[in-house]
Write a protein that binds this ligand. Structure first.
Ligand code: ASP
Ligand code: MG
Length: 424
């Protein structure tokens, strides 16, 4: 008997019919002789709707209350799903994140899981029940307040539970058939990747591919837990995210490039006229770190000799833009910069592939493809297996398609089906 953890995204349970369809799939897994734990997201656009509602009553909702509100979305879907399963003649029990033993730190809106103690889940499984757990939420160890893990966090709930329960596999269901070489909504000729390593999937997720939550992949890698990413709308085999040792040598011609990811959620801040003195960059980024802001790319030029001043540009989540500007403006006198420029009409396009470690010329080909498409590059950053560029937001789709084509990733026949349209 295997223990299977399944996670269903919001598009899979968008309405009553969706809930019933998913219930059938869960029951079929149970009937096949497995113990089943299901993590479920909020129905359709519920989370967005709840955020809208919060903003209507308060421009800056207190983080504790926002978390309390948003966790309601997952509680609706978990209870409905348990009812639909009961209606099929099987015993199902729903649990909030807190009841399932998901213990987090106290950072509302982006809490980190610090422990999972799934005692109640174990007991329910032993009693023959199917367990349904509300995704994306936990309880703070210190304050005992309800927390959320950040947008898309249900994936992380699923992997964390799977690791704590020592599950055989974690299946992540959405409305596309797996991980594709690019977002099929932008590149219809994108191909499904049959197997991808944790490290490449981490780079994809960090580069904006929303199919899997970044922390879920980090978790899976730490516990060496295989993830099967697939669609709840089809029976097709999806993408397996596994250790690289299970890939090398198996695919005869392992592609140099795994895929092209893009991200529309970032903004760029330029600190203009920073005095060229020891400690200035440290002061700027300390201020940002104290405001709990995650920085992505950074570019600093050598100062123009005549002015003794330089510009520092960096990217960050656009949602943190105001906080960052406020934090920096407070330091304006102390740091002595001239002004700040803010631009959220940007986007990031990234090329990812473990093969670029050993193949020269990848960077040149990537930049040439983008140039041939008439797109201007504003910033560049690289890791060992990734090259990212910042471009104007309106140029993202063009740049993604051009890079995809240049690296021969286009499929001859369209194989990507987007069943729901959200990728969640
Ligand atoms: N419902 C949450 C969101 O929309 C969490 C999730 O779907 O994973 O971000
Ligand atoms: Mg998701």
């Amino acid at each position: 008997m295997a223990l299977v953890v399944q996670k269903y995204g919001g598009s899979s349970v968008a309405d009553a019919d969706g809930v019933k369809r998913v219930a059938q799939r869960i029951v079929a897994t149970k009937k096949a002789g497995n113990d089943v734990v299901v993590v479920v997201s909020a129905m359709g656009d519920t989370t967005d709707d709840l955020i809208d509602m919060a903003e209507q009553v308060s421009p800056l909702p207190p983080a504790r209350e926002l978390d309390m509100l948003l966790t309601a979305g997952e509680r609706i879907s978990m209870a409905l799903l348990a009812m639909a399963i009961a209606n099929l003649g099987h015993e199902a029990r729903s649990f909030t994140g807190s009841q399932a033993g998901v213990i987090t730190d106290g950072t509302h809106g982006k809490a980190k899981i610090i422990d999972v103690t799934p005692g109640r889940i174990r007991t329910a499984l032993d009693e023959g029940s199917i367990c349904i757990v509300a995704g994306f939420q936990g309880v703070s160890q210190g304050t005992k307040d309800i927390t959320t893990l950040g947008r898309g966090g249900s994936d992380t709930t699923a992997v964390a539970l799977a690791a704590a329960l020592d599950a055989d596999v974690c299946e992540i269901y959405s409305d596309v058939d797996g991980v594709f070489t690019a977002d099929p909504r932008i590149v219809p000729a994108a191909r499904k990747i049959p197997r991808i390593s944790y490290e490449e999937m981490l780079e994809m997720a960090a580069s904006g591919a929303k199919i899997l939550h970044l922390r879920c992949v980090e978790y899976a890698r730490r516990y060496n837990l295989p993830i099967h990413v697939r669609s709840s709308f089809s029976q097709k085999e999806g993408t397996w995210v596994v250790d690289s040792s299970e890939i090398e040598g198996t695919d005869m011609e392992q592609a140099i490039i795994s895929g092209v990811a893009h991200d529309r959620s970032e903004a760029k801040i330029t600190v203009v006229g920073v005095p060229d003195k020891v400690g200035e960059a440290a002061a700027i980024f300390t201020a940002l770190s104290e405001a709990e802001i995650n920085i992505d790319m950074i570019v600093q030029n050598v100062s123009a000799a005549s002015t003794g001043r330089t510009d520092i540009s960096f990217t960050l989540p656009a949602t943190d833009g105001q906080t960052a500007l406020t934090a920096l403006n407070k330091m304006k006198e102390r740091i002595g910069f001239e002004s700040l420029r803010y631009d959220d009409r940007i986007g990031k396009v990234s090329l990812i592939g473990a093969g670029m470690r050993s193949h020269p010329g990848v960077t040149a080909k990537f930049f040439a493809a983008i140039a041939d498409a008439g797109v201007n590059i504003e910033m560049i950053s690289t890791s060992e297996i990734r090259i990212s560029v910042v471009v104007a937001q309106d140029d993202i789709d063009t740049a993604v398609a051009a890079a995809h084509r240049a690296f021969d990733l286009d499929a001859d026949q369209v194989e990507a089906v987007v069943y729901g349209g959200t990728g969640r």
